[in-house]
Design a binder for this molecule. Structure first.
Ligand code: PRP
Ligand code: ZN
Length: 299
């Protein structure tokens, strides 16, 4: 029996959970949390949110149990690399970053472990929950003879247990490494939360709602950075001022009542507007500047 409602898989509890629920709310999805705390029921769209372990999200999306998922790029890539090569591209589509969950996958060492560049890893044991990403990095850097020790969690205690010489794990604030007296020595990859989408055939019903949600998501991400700017400018300075507006295509220019030499300029800036931008605009002749947040945007 196939379910008529579309499904979005997000992390049940962890660093991405709150942001993921917030972004879905900003897309207009109203939901109530089920009693089992595993599913949120969409009240105004036929979309439910599955709250699952992040490591399960790529699989759920790949098999079509969930239509889309929000998950760390590291988790998605690790799962993809675990598949035989011909199946990798068919597993799911990466729709790109959702601008939170930035972190990095690093190799770290205990204080007493000598390290003098990547070749110091040769002949060593590295504990990780990301064996495929680590293997790819080692191969790409011609580091041979490394024993990759697969852990399913708590990698940071591996050296103390005598199970590995180095670890390869995700670092965000760095506090886990510090608490375990480990020092970051190499950066394996950057990661952030990405949206992934099932690539197989689905009922049109699902696709319509998912398309809408994805489109709204793009709008939400765009307005986060976007600002609406209003200012007065001398006509003569218009080219210089237009060029200084961050990420804006042609501004709207209107006359100012009773003032021949000045005009009002309104523009949507698709990048954040900082004090430095305003100071540069002022130096170019702009005055009466106002910067407003953009609430919604639909291209
Ligand atoms: C990662 C990693 C560390 C922690 C590092 O776990 O395994 O435990 O985050 O973050 P910090 O630098 O801010 O201390 P994650 O949140 O992915 O949890 P999980 O492995 O249980 O999914
Ligand atoms: Zn996890």
């Amino acid at each position: 029996m196939s379910d008529k409602r579309a499904k979005i898989a997000i992390q049940k509890s962890g660093r991405l959970t709150e942001h993921s629920l917030e972004i879905l709310t900003r897309c207009g999805l109203q939901y109530s949390r089920g009693r089992d705390e595993l599913v949120c029921f969409g009240e105004n769209m036929p979309i439910d949110i599955l709250l699952v372990r992040d490591d399960d999200i790529p699989q759920l999306v790949s098999e079509g149990t969930a239509d889309i998922g929000i998950v760390g790029l590291n988790v998605a890539e690790e799962m993809r690399l675990a598949l035989p090569e011909p199946e990798r591209d068919a597993s799911f589509e990466n729709l790109g970053g959702v601008s939170y969950g930035h972190c990095r996958l690093c190799i770290a060492r205990p204080a007493d472990e000598p390290f003098d560049g990547p070749q110091s890893l040769a002949g060593k044991r590295i504990a990780t929950t990301y064996p495929n990403l680590l293997r790819r990095y080692l191969d790409a850097n011609d580091i041979t003879n490394v024993e990759v020790v697969k852990f399913s969690g708590a990698v940071e205690i591996a050296p103390r247990l005598g199970k590995a010489d180095f670890i390869c794990d995700l670092v965000s604030s760095g506090s886990t490494l510090r608490a375990n007296q480990l020092e970051e020595v190499l950066n394996v990859m950057h990661s952030e939360a990405v949206m992934i989408r099932h690539s197989g055939n689905q009922s049109n019903h699902h696709n319509d709602w998912i398309d809408r949600l994805v489109q709204r998501m793009e709008g939400v991400l765009q307005v986060r950075e976007s600002k609406y700017i209003m200012l007065h400018a001398p006509r003569a300075a218009l080219p210089a001022i237009t060029a200084l507006l961050p990420g804006s295509e042609g501004p709207t220019v209107t006359p100012l009542e009773g003032c021949e030499e000045k005009v009002a300029v309104h523009a949507v800036c698709r990048e954040n507007v900082f004090w430095e931008n305003l100071e540069a605009l002022k130096a170019a002749g702009a005055s009466s500047m106002l910067v407003l947040p953009v609430e919604k945007m639909l291209a």
